[in-house]
Design a protein around this ligand. Structure first.
Ligand SMILES: NC(=O)c1ccc[n+]([C@@H]2O[C@H](COP(=O)([O-])OP(=O)(O)OC[C@H]3O[C@@H](n4cnc5c(N)ncnc54)[C@H](OP(=O)(O)O)[C@@H]3O)[C@@H](O)[C@H]2O)c1
Length: 334
């Protein structure tokens, strides 16, 4: 094992757009596990729009502040363990940091099966899959024949929401940030239609592609896209509040101006959720997602960037819409 470790620190908190220059790669001595600790070798790090939101202040987790080694959800390999319940060589999922190796308390690790490919543990069988599954099915509760609209449709959660919606017999319309992404959603992932929110015609394009209105809106972006979708919601429609990526990377976020008016008039239900809210349904969700991926009902789209040192640029690129599907960094092979 190496005697040095590389880690990436957030050196200053951005006021506006995140840039790679907000991070610094540092070389430190290899950490050693003391009582109760486990040394984990990072294999895959999840890159998420939420990483940027964590820098804005406390949320469902503590805020990330200047000087922190950048946290991440990741898949790793146990290299050293002083915890008798965690064997060396185990594959684990945990919150880690942007580093080749990191220490963590044994009781905060989850040992997972050595699934192949391991990357699925961050995509279809990871938080992205659970977020899409629980958000759409438990919160959105779509019925066959209904119309679902999903924003951030070409991203990690959105690609899965659309495909699960099709499995459930719904008309699925995606919202994404380029014509290329929209064509790809229809041609490759089987969406019924997709509209480009950057075209300047979102209101008209939604009207044309949702002739029966919208029953379920899976909202990944908030802001003006949410405002526009609200006008097309049907009576008793459901809005799944999953995230607000349009608000994360700006000091001047714009909110919808038609709330709560349209929620009242159309008797809408808007409900937020976090992927971890349904522990009692985890096993069923994992079984469904694994079988849909295995039998081809879901195409798993992964966008893998190689090299720890490339994580800052890859996160900035994700916030700018570079990714298709689940973006992650492969730090090492097991
Ligand atoms: N509730 C939960 O438990 C939970 C769990 C995981 C993720 N989330 C949330 O789910 C949402 C989607 O996450 P993800 O991992 O699927 O996303 P992702 O793969 O990281 O993709 C983010 C996409 O957002 C789009 N985007 C960026 N800026 C935008 C803007 N101003 N307006 C509209 N779209 C914009 C970009 O695509 P375009 O080219 O289309 O702009 C980008 O590719 C995020 O809000 C995230 O915070 C919630």
């Amino acid at each position: 094992m190496a005697i040095e470790n590389r880690q990436i620190v957030l050196t200053s908190v951005p006021e506006n757009e995140l840039k790679a220059s907000h991070f610094e790669l540092q070389v430190t001595p290899m950490p050693q596990a003391s009582e109760g600790e486990v040394l984990v070798k990072t294999l895959y790090m999840s890159l998420d729009a939420a990483n940027r939101a964590w820098m804005r202040g406390p949320s469902y987790r503590d805020a990330v502040v200047a000087g922190d080694v950048m946290p991440t959800f990741c898949i790793g390999l146990v290299e050293q363990s002083t915890d008798t319940t965690i064997a060396v060589g185990s594959i684990v999922e945990t919150e880690g940091v942007w580093a080749d190796y990191f220490l963590v308390k044994g009781d905060s690790l989850k040992v997972v099966p050595n699934t192949q490919p391991l990357s699925h543990l961050l995509s279809v069988r990871g938080i992205a899959g659970k977020t899409a599954y629980f958000g759409l099915l438990n919160i959105g509760q779509p019925q066959a024949g209904e119309t679902i609209v999903v924003s951030g449709a070409a991203g990690s959660v959105g690609t899965l929401v659309g495909q699960i919606g099709r499995i459930k017999g719904c008309r699925v319309v995606g919202i994404a940030g380029s014509e290329e992404k929209c064509t790809w959603l229809v041609d490759e992932l089987g969406f019924d239609a997709a509209v480009n929110y950057k075209s300047g015609n979102l209101f008209k394009d939604l009207k044309a592609n949702c002739p029966n209105g919208i029953d379920v809106y899976f909202d990944n972006v908030g802001g003006t896209v949410l405002e526009t979708v609200l006008y097309h919601m049907n009576l008793k429609g459901r809005i799944v509040c999953c995230g607000a990526v349009s608000q994360y990377d700006s000091s001047n976020p714009a909110g919808p101006r038609n709330l709560p008016g349209l929620v009242v008039v159309k008797r809408l239900r808007m409900e937020g959720f976090i992927a971890f809210d349904f522990p009692e349904h985890e096993a069923k969700a994992d079984a469904d997602l694994a079988s849909w991926a295995a039998n081809g009902s879901i195409k798993v789209v992964e966008d893998v960037v190689d090299g720890l040192e490339n994580a800052p640029e890859a996160l900035v690129g994700l916030l700018n819409g570079e990714n298709r599907g689940k973006r992650m960094v492969r730090v090492a092979s097991s």
